[in-house]
Design a protein around this ligand. Structure first.
Ligand code: 5AD
Ligand code: SF4
Length: 449
């Protein structure tokens, strides 16, 4: 009998990828994905631990799931509740202490073992099962091929984990050491996705440009070379990758932006701060000048490259002068898009125990100032697109009838008046309007009439 699995994904794109892969692993056990938790025999919360708010969300969601599980039990049914992902990895048994109705806790590196873990839950007499080990075998070697099509744009993890240990970040502890998948495995997965209708692939990695996987020639391949080979797959029309680290940008990566037309002219390159003092305290191993030079090299290679970034305000020790330096760098680079956060102390990370924590009032004000500036640049970037014709991959129905939503090369969300039959096409769209977060356009062929 078909059983329902409901996976709720929190946090980053890698979790989105992992959730899809969990569905693949569960398919042979008879599980199919359902849209609501109440219809599910298995509920998985795939969690995030990056900031305190992300971790809190998990527990508030668990409150809802507890009630659903109790209601299901009352009507004679059974619901297995699992907590996966980075909060599971970081908190382990603490999750079970705080939410004793949870049946299973497993980390991001062990979900290929889900069939065995679920069997253990079914055998257990109500005792929760915990697997937050970092297995020596890479999970990727055990994941089956995709159980269901992934739409027109899909994620593909090529690298995982991090060895950089930025002062503020939990990732090296939750995702473990850096690992690059072999090239042949990535190419096979990409070909499979394209066969299933995918036209755009975003290569994922916490440090995607630290990629150094084993090539078919037995040598180590870097990201630029991988991208060139992916671009040879017929039908793979768009390639993106995220997230890059400034320290790992190399000539091959820059040259790929110059030479590979399928590689979209958009790069997410977190800088975190515009102050050398803070960058040093963050253990970033790059300066503001390094970042500027990288941006120049990339823009030389691809003049229309749009940049996106991550920024943290209020890292321990950040002064008003440091903050103004961040505003200065942002004014200089003019990011097309950016994510900015108040520093959130994470247990076990060096910055969390650092002296000179910044007061929350100062963090809030600094974040407000930064976000206003970023929003201006974001709006200006979007407005500059009005009147241009951009290729848009039509990915899903839009908000209104007769409208489809897609993405421009610069990852902007674009609403285009078009019939559903055109889903999956890359169409030229004349951009007619820009709002804070999206663009509207009409099909160029219609506009020309
Ligand atoms: N507090 C605030 N922001 C953080 N990030 C990572 N750790 C923290 C933290 N402790 C941000 C960084 C990173 C992005 C994914 O999240 O900017 O690039
Ligand atoms: Fe975290 Fe720094 Fe690694 Fe990025 S590079 S995942 S911010 S430790």
């Amino acid at each position: 009998m078909a059983k329902g699995v409901y996976i709720k994904t929190f946090g980053c794109q890698m979790n989105v990828y992992d959730s899809a892969r969990m569905t693949d692993v569960l398919a042979p056990l008879g599980f199919t994905a359902v849209d609501t938790a109440k219809d599910a025999e298995l509920v998985i919360l795939n969690t995030c631990h990056i900031r305190v708010k992300a971790a809190e969300k998990v527990y508030s969601e668990l409150g809802t799931i507890r009630r659903l599980k109790a209601a299901k039990a009352k009507s004679g049914g059974r619901m297995i509740v699992a907590v996966a992902g980075c909060t599971a990895q970081a908190e382990g048994a603490e999750v079970i202490e705080r939410a004793p109705f949870v049946d299973l806790v497993f980390g991001p590196q062990s979900y290929h073992r889900l069939p065995e873990l679920i069997a253990r839950v079914l055998r257990a007499d109500g005792t929760a099962v915990l697997d937050t080990s970092f297995p020596t075998e890479p999970k990727f070697d055990f994941l089956p091929t995709a159980a269901a099509p992934r739409g027109f744009a899909a994620f593909l993890t090529v690298q995982e984990g991090c060895d950089k240990f930025c002062s503020f970040c939990v990732v090296p502890y939750t995702r473990g050491a850096e690992y690059s998948r072999p090239v042949a495995q990535i190419l096979a997965e990409a070909r499979g996705l394209v066969r299933d209708g995918v036209r755009e692939i975003t290569l994922l990695g916490q440090n995607v440009n630290a990629y150094h996987g084993e090539g078919p020639d037995g040598r180590e391949w870097r990201l630029g070379k991988l991208i060139r080979h992916l671009a040879e797959i017929p039908g793979l029309d768009r390639i993106r990758y995220t997230t890059s680290h400034p320290r790992d940008v190399d000539d091959e990566q820059v040259a790929a932006h110059r030479d590979v037309p399928q590689l979209m002219p958009f790069l997410h390159l977190p800088v975190q701060s515009g102050s050398d003092r803070v960058l040093a305290a963050m253990n970033r191993h790059h300066t503001v000048a390094d970042y500027r030079r990288i941006v120049d090299r990339l823009r030389c290679a691809r003049a229309d490259l749009a940049l996106s970034t991550d920024l943290i305000v209020g890292h321990p020790g950040e002064s008003e002068e440091d903050h103004r330096a961040t505003l200065g760098l942002v004014n200089e680079v003019r990011f097309a898009q950016a994510f900015s956060f108040k520093y959130s102390p994470r247990p076990g990370t060096p910055a969390a125990s650092g002296a000179s924590q910044v007061h929350d009032d100062a963090k809030s004000r600094r974040l407000g100032e930064l976000q206003q500036l970023l929003a201006n640049h974001h709006r200006e970037f979007n407005e500059a697109c009005v009147g241009r014709t951009l290729p848009v991959l039509l990915q899903k129905p839009g908000r209104h009838l007769g409208q489809l939503a897609g993405r421009s090369p610069y990852l902007q969300s674009v609403h285009v008046a078009a019939v559903a039959a055109r889903l999956g096409e890359i169409v030229p769209a004349v951009i007619t309007a820009a709002t804070a977060n999206s663009l509207s356009g009409s099909l160029a062929e219609t506009a020309a009439e």
